[in-house]
Design a protein around this ligand. Structure first.
Ligand code: AMP
Length: 438
């Protein structure tokens, strides 16, 4: 959890309702980005925030939005754009908790869901949170009116550019009044991004927090050299061990491509593991279902692309496994940041096949980190036993899990009995999880 200085939220000009909601959440001290951005947001200034997920930036822009919109008006007065559906969902949920205190309503509008379900959700919502493609479609079809949206937030702007959304964002901004306040947040802001930010911001105040490219100290990071042939088997062994030994925590497995996520998903299919996969290839209803299942720990192993590494905020991830070495150092940092949240410890294991070893060393060098790459032997290449020469994993010691690991038979996980764990359960795109009523 982000650590704020000793200032309290009381110093801000926030209504009593918001102050009580924050107290109820147990948030007493603002985080550094909140301390800088909230007064600016409340004053109507444009803001360029350099901050990563995990710094508390959602409320840094969210509290001014919630404070400044008028809950008695039915029009959309604030728009928050994010690059992925998962991030949008998370931000909407986060804002809703505080917004409810002022009777402010939040609409989540993302792709992958039928427009006819969403259009009913638009009237009477003062804050709209969504992804660029869907927001643009709704504006063009005159289903969403943004001419009164005088507050705009562009979150994860660098990611938005990476994903090719810049033209959509420009078109959306044309639907908003020119006389508006814009807050733009980006984890990085090199000169080429700064140039683009000037398209949206007028004389912005820059707020920067020193998150940098550092990974948290309380994360135990290790790496294992594996052959491509053994990699899946090694992963399965680790998962079996984790699931058995740490009943309270979950595991996130990262792959670089959707294809690899699909392959692992098939590999995990039918095994007695509470696992599910998440990538952009899956229907939205399925993605929501998987995210909910993971948050609630019904799904304890999530295999995902980097879509899940940005912003996923659950405090029970005990182990992050890089099935692939990430391509960019930023992705490594984001993946690592999914564990050891809310003051808990965590560990990260990177599986390094020879073709990715140079890449891994480059990442370590950039981070100034020294991680010894241990070895894994799979005797006979079979599932009989695995001997892992694991370089210190805190709790584990030497890790041969030996034998079948105790997940066979009935009463295990996965399979037909566990709701929402498998792709065949309710994956029609309009069958949404019941909980979500935005
Ligand atoms: P974010 O960077 O907005 O994704 O926030 C990361 C996490 O920090 C979320 O779990 C928030 O609920 C939590 N958080 C945000 N603001 C505070 C605060 N002032 N004090 C403690 N936790 C916070």
């Amino acid at each position: 959890m982000p650590q704020g200085p000793r200032t309290t939220f009381k110093v801000f000009d926030l209504s009593d309702e918001i102050q009580s909601a924050l107290a109820e959440l147990g948030f007493e001290h603002p985080t550094p980005i909140q301390e800088k951005a909230i007064p600016l947001g409340l004053s109507g200034r444009d803001v360029l925030g350099k901050a990563q997920t995990g710094t508390g930036k959602t409320l840094a822009f969210g509290l001014p939005l919630i404070e400044r919109v008028d809950p008695t008006r039915i029009s959309a007065q604030a728009l928050v754009l994010l690059p992925t559906r998962e991030l949008a969902q998370q931000v909407a949920e986060h804002l809703e908790v505080v917004a409810a205190a002022r009777s402010v309503k939040v609409a989540l509008l993302v792709g992958g869901e039928k427009v006819r379900f969403q259009r009913a959700r638009i009237p009477g919502r003062q804050i709209v949170v969504g992804t660029p493609g869907r927001i643009l479609d709704l504006c063009r079809e005159s289903l969403l009116h943004l001419e009164w949206a005088e507050l705009l937030v562009l979150d994860e702007f660098d990611r938005m550019l990476d994903m090719g959304f810049i033209d959509d964002v420009k078109r959306i901004v044309d639907f908003l009044p020119t006389d508006r306040q814009t807050m733009l947040f980006s984890a990085t802001a090199p000169p080429e991004i700064r140039k683009l930010t000037s398209l949206f911001l007028t004389n912005p105040e820059v707020c920067e927090v020193a998150a940098g490219l550092k990974t948290a100290d309380k994360i135990d990071q290790t790496a294992l050299r594996v052959s491509p042939m053994d990699r899946t088997e090694v992963l399965l062994r680790m998962l079996e061990k984790d699931i058995k030994n740490d009943l309270d925590r979950t595991v996130l497995v990262f792959c670089n491509t959707r294809r690899m996520v699909g392959e692992l998903d098939r590999e995990l299919w039918g095994r007695e593991l509470p696992a599910a996969a998440l990538s952009g290839d899956f229907e939205q209803s399925r993605r929501f279902q998987v995210m909910d299942g993971f948050r609630e720990k019904r799904i304890r192993i999530l295999v995902a692309t980097d879509v899940a590494s940005r912003g996923l905020d659950v405090d029970h991830v005990g182990h992050v496994i890089n099935f692939d070495v990430p391509l960019e150092v930023e992705d490594y940092v984001h993946r690592v940041g999914r564990t050891a949240r809310a003051g808990r410890s965590g560990r990260v294991t990177t599986l390094v096949v020879p073709a990715q070893e140079r890449q891994f060393k480059r990442i370590l060098q950039t981070l100034g980190k020294d991680i010894r790459i241990g070895r894994v032997k799979l005797p006979g290449g079979s599932r009989r036993a695995v001997v892992m020469d694991e370089p210190r994993h805190g709790s584990g010691g030497r890790g041969g899990s030996g034998g079948r690991g105790g997940f066979g038979g009935r009463g295990g996980f996965g399979g037909r009995g566990t709701p929402g764990l498998r792709r065949d359960s309710g994956s029609s795109s309009d069958r949404r999880p019941p909980r979500r009523g935005r």
